[in-house]
Structure formats: C-alpha cells, structure tokens
Design a binder for this molecule. Structure first.
Ligand code: UDP
Length: 246
C-alpha cells in the first residue's frame, strides 16, 4: 500500500472538532482507538505489515499529528484543515474526563514523571480516578491486560511510536469502552518535567525545529522520517511507486 492509502483515512477537520468527537465517545462509553499519525508511524507502516494493518484498521481513527502530514494531504489533493497534536488532544480529553469524574489510566514515561502527572491531575480534577504505571518496569502485555480489567474511560500510552500503538492494538479486543491513544513524550511535557516549545514555535508550526535544537540527537530520526516522508508523498502524487514497494 502506498502512503496515499494511509493519508486518505486521516481526519480532515479541525482539532476542536476532533476533540469534541473523542470527548463524546468517551462520555458515551464508546471504544475509540486514536492514532495521532506523524511521519514516523506513516513511514514505519511502509516497512512493517503489522503497523500498516493497525493504521488502516476500521477500528483506528487517524488524526494528522504534524504540519508535514497536513502538507502531505494537501499535496495529494486531500482535505486537511490543521494538525491535531497528541499533547493538545490528550489535555482536552483529560479535562473532559476530569469534569465527568471519569477513570483514567496513564501508562508510560519514567516513574517520577508519570506519578507527578497523576498527582497534578488529581489535584486539578477532584473526583477523577487516575491509575498509572511507568513505561520501564514490568511486562507491558501483562500490564495492559490489567488495565483492560479496570475498564477505564481514557487510556493514554506514552511509550513512543510505534510501540504504544502496537500495544494498544494488540489488546483492543479486551476493551469494551474507553478512548485509547498513544501520546509519545506528552507525559514529560504535561507533568512539567520537560518544557514544551514556546508558543511562537507552536503557532508557526516549527515545534519540530525547537525539539531538534534542544535535543540534537533527534536530527537523525527527523531526517529518516520527515524528509524521506515528503519524498514518498511527492512520488505518490505523481503516481509513482514508493521506494519501499520496489
Ligand atoms: N518511554 C517509556 N519506556 C520506554 C521508552 C520510552 O516509557 O521503554 C517513554 C519516554 O520516557 C518518553 C516517551 O516514551 O516519555 C517517548 O518520548 P519521545 O519524545 O521519544 O516520543 P515522541 O513524542 O517523539 O513520539
């Protein structure tokens, strides 16, 4: 399958529209698996059949996490209003869960990060239930089976792409309700352990630049995913065969 096949499924509306859709699903007790698609997972899907399967599964809803995904959709003539970042969507869902006194599970990040976030949420939203587990200790499949037994309304998984999406997808049949979503490094930001890019970077869609400047080790990952991604998209737009399909 080409990159265009994945992008055709991506939500074309605004971040606010999608947040409302996901909040409603959570409050109505539906099950919803949200994939915030960045170039990294889209490139992985081309190399890995399992990731392609989850990304194209009718059970997954895919939103464009990053300006290059929105640009790619435009290059292919697909509608796309704006990027929908995992951290913003997670914050909105947590606020809705807080107001509705819902049950939340946070899986991932270092123990001090995830526990600080849980504490912060409990202080902010009295009546909300927050359980958590760090992303380093224990067997994740065993932990996820335990999470399913709690029947949470919101499950945020911060283990990084694509491990977090694969874990959710493997265990999805065990959940009858709940919004489940991979959030990458969002717990680090939401807990206050890591600073998010200043507003000017967020507004100008150059958050990626800030992250590379702060953590130069990200440059290799950025090149491998984002730059190659745009190449693949341009090839798909011309009706060409992608490098990975040759
Ligand atoms: N992480 C984890 N367990 C691991 C590896 C990573 O919990 O075995 C966490 C890590 O602490 C960080 C997140 O996964 O909070 C990945 O963050 P990164 O910034 O790399 O993800 P991105 O937002 O770029 O997808």
């Amino acid at each position: 399958m080409g990159i265009d096949a994945y992008l055709k499924r991506v939500f074309p509306g605004t971040a606010e529209e999608y947040a409302q859709r996901a909040e409603r699903a959570m409050l109505d007790g539906e099950r919803l698996f949200v994939v915030t698609a960045n170039p990294e997972i889209l490139m992985h899907a081309q190399r890995d059949a399992q990731i392609e399967k989850l990304l194209t599964s009718p059970e997954a809803e895919v939103v464009p996490d990053g300006i290059s995904v929105v640009k790619a959709m435009h290059i292919l003539g697909l509608p796309a209003k704006e990027r929908i970042t995992g951290v913003d969507l997670a914050e909105k869902l947590l606020a809705a869960a807080g107001r509705g006194k819902k049950r939340v599970f946070l899986l991932g990040a270092k123990e001090e990060v995830v526990s600080a976030l849980a504490e912060k949420l409990l202080a902010q939203y009295p009546g909300m239930t927050v359980d958590y587990h760090n992303g380093y200790d224990g067997d994740k499949d065993v932990i996820f089976s335990e999470i399913a037994k709690l029947s949470p309304d919101l499950v945020l998984v911060g283990l990084g792409v694509p491990a977090q999406e694969q874990l959710i997808y493997r265990h999805l049949p065990k959940f009858t309700k709940g919004v489940l979503m991979g959030v990458g490094g969002s717990f680090d930001v939401m807990s206050g352990s890591k600073r998010r890019a200043p507003a000017v970077f967020v507004k100008t869609n150059t958050e990626w630049l800030y992250r590379i400047a702060r953590e130069p080790s990200r440059l290799g990952r950025f090149w491998n995913n984002n730059v190659k991604f745009i190449g693949e998209v341009k090839r798909a737009a011309k009706g060409g065969v992608s490098k990975s399909q040759r």
